[in-house]
Design a protein around this ligand. Structure first.
Ligand code: ZN
Length: 71
């Protein structure tokens, strides 16, 4: 009965964005250390582990921005 849905299984996993709570598709070809950007809020993550799926959110470097554009 549910045989067809298994074809998509394991190919793409989803990680819930910590910022906008949307699901970010984690393609099977991503490897540890790859950076993944949320399509909705542009938050950057680095793939830390695939099993279990674990992503580390990259902190924005505000100090760098201050150097480039003082206001
Ligand atoms: Zn997001």
């Amino acid at each position: 009965m549910a045989k067809i849905s298994k074809e998509h299984h394991e190919r793409v996993k989803y990680f819930k964005c910590e910022v906008c709570l949307k699901d970010i598709p984690i393609e099977y070809y991503f490897t540890i250390g790859d950076s993944i950007t949320c399509n909705d809020c542009s938050t950057e993550y680095v793939l830390q582990s695939k099993i279990p799926l674990e992503l580390i959110r990259q902190a924005m470097d505000y100090s760098k921005l201050d150097y480039d554009e003082p206001y």
